[in-house]
Design a protein around this ligand. Structure first.
Ligand code: FES
Length: 137
């Protein structure tokens, strides 16, 4: 049910780990499946210069975490906020319908980490409530 690209990233995910002196950390989870994703961002001049993740979850959660880190690396935070779960799913060659929520977790993880970065800077221009809710399994 998974594409070859997804399986490759699940077996050999990129950007796994943590950034000790991260500028923004986002932790999101899905209460239904219990999967948890943590994203670490290193940001310089509002550009993501490094990004890592730790994910406890299914194959799609691991692969979407890996893909979203690749998609946002090198982008400005504004550009990174535009990366949607659809972009992540498309970059993986598609997801089975019951696994779409895994890509939503990836989108939300980046947004939560950016929110954390902005909050630390004392900048609240992006409201956390803009984040989509991920409540469906
Ligand atoms: Fe819930 Fe994949 S993130 S099953």
């Amino acid at each position: 049910m998974y594409t070859e690209k997804l399986m490759q990233l699940f077996m050999n995910p990129k950007n796994v780990g943590r950034i000790e002196d991260a500028d923004g950390i986002g932790e999101v989870g899905n209460p239904v499946c219990g999967d948890v994703m943590k994203i670490y961002l290193k940001i310089e001049d509002d550009r993501i210069v490094d990004v890592k993740f730790e994910t406890f979850g299914c194959a799609a959660a691991i692969a979407t975490s890996s893909m979203v880190t690749e998609l946002v690396k090198g982008k400005t935070i504004e550009e990174a906020l535009k990366v949607s779960n659809k972009d992540v799913a498309e970059a993986l060659g598609g997801l089975p319908p019951q696994k779409v929520h895994c890509s939503l977790l990836a989108e939300e993880g980046i947004k939560a980490a950016v929110d954390d970065y902005l909050a630390k800077k004392g900048n609240t221009k992006r409201e956390a409530s803009e984040t989509k809710q991920c409540a469906k399994a």
